[in-house]
Design a binder for this molecule. Structure first.
Ligand SMILES: C[S@@+](CC[C@H](N)C(=O)[O-])C[C@H]1O[C@@H](n2cnc3c(N)ncnc32)[C@H](O)[C@@H]1O
Length: 312
């Protein structure tokens, strides 16, 4: 099954993202708090839409998996195949099953799940509300609909502080301007809305869900020399790999030029930005500071939300 403009999550850096990035996503006590707040209970049936490798299954299994059921559905045949194998390790004491299918036409009957969840799925869809409607259909009355989605527009604009030379106000405005333009282009070209989290509570309300509530991930990433923790080591390793690659960008900057012009950017601004990036050469500066163990970075928590509603 393929959809136009869709990222293939079963290959390359995209696949790495749904493995590597997931390792550092939450603090264990936050997950417990989320499980209590939802709440998750043993014997629940959890339906995970756009499940990828089954991340929500193995993350929350201990809270619902004792005699519970996890049903993962994804559009990628490759990921479903691999998820089935991985689940043999974590799905102990309950049942984990996977199905090939689209979020727009879920292969489940009405009112079949106690909780229907998705993570970083709606942000990639052309019609997120339609998908949410379908998630509602398959959820039992009184059951939970849960969306774990980011506001990556705000994330891309966080200021924070790092040991790299500080930018001037004009330079910061230039970067922010470009981010706004690329964000519009990303949506216009059909890649979805990576700030979707902000709109989900309203969508849930429009769909007549009740007890809508939101939790924000409190995990903060930072690098402080000499990078003592395992997590910092992992981040450094990732940065070093990226520095050595010629063309590594965040996923939303992929196809930058097309998105920039589709988002209404001018030629003048495009070349101004390119010149600025070239002159600034962040990668070389970071490389040097990392080799001297003097690179420091802190940007606060990211805007990554768990949004919950109940079906009447
Ligand atoms: C960013 S990945 C997230 C995977 C998983 N939820 C996680 O957090 O690790 C997005 C997933 O949505 C799936 N997907 C994209 N469009 C879909 C659609 N129309 N129907 C079902 N799954 C879809 C992709 O194949 C991919 O596995």
């Amino acid at each position: 099954m393929k959809e136009k403009n869709k990222i293939n999550w079963s290959k390359g850096d995209h696949k790495k993202a749904i493995i590597e990035q997931r390792k550092n996503l939450w603090k264990e006590d936050t997950l417990k708090m989320i499980a209590d707040w939802l709440p998750l209970k043993p014997e629940m049936i959890m339906l995970d839409v756009g499940c990828g490798l089954g991340y929500n299954g193995f993350t929350y299994w201990k809270y619902f998996g004792k005699n519970g059921v996890y049903l993962g559905v994804d559009i990628s045949e490759d990921l479903i195949k691999e998820a089935k194998t991985l689940a043999k390790e974590w799905a102990l004491g309950g049942k984990a099953e996977f199905k090939l299918g689209s979020v727009y036409k879920l292969p489940f009957k009405d009112n079949s799940a106690d909780i229907t969840i998705c993570q970083t799925l709606l942000m990639h869809l052309k019609e997120p509300k339609k998908s949410l409607q379908e998630m509602k259909r398959v959820t039992k009355h009184g059951g939970l609909i849960v969306c774990v989605e980011p506001d990556n527009l705000s994330n891309s604009m966080r200021i924070g502080y790092s040991s790299l030379p500080e930018l001037t106000t004009e330079q910061k405005i230039l970067l922010h301007r470009v981010h706004f333009i690329v964000y519009e282009g990303h949506k216009k070209l059909g890649f979805g809305d990576y700030a979707i989290a902000n709109k989900i509570p309203k969508m849930m309300s429009d769909l007549d869900l009740y007890e809508i509530d939101i939790i924000c991930n409190d995990k903060c990433f930072f690098l402080i020399p000499p990078y003592e923790t395992e997590e910092q080591q992992r981040i450094i390793e990732k940065i070093q790999k990226n520095i050595n690659k010629k063309d590594t960008k965040d996923y939303y900057l992929e196809g930058f030029k097309d998105k920039f012009f589709a988002g209404g950017g001018s030629k003048y601004l495009y070349y101004k930005y390119k010149r600025f990036i070239k002159e600034h050469n962040w990668k070389a500066q970071m490389k040097e500071q990392l080799s001297k163990k003097s690179f420091y970075r802190f940007g606060g928590a990211s805007f990554f939300y768990v949004i919950r509603g109940k079906k009447k």
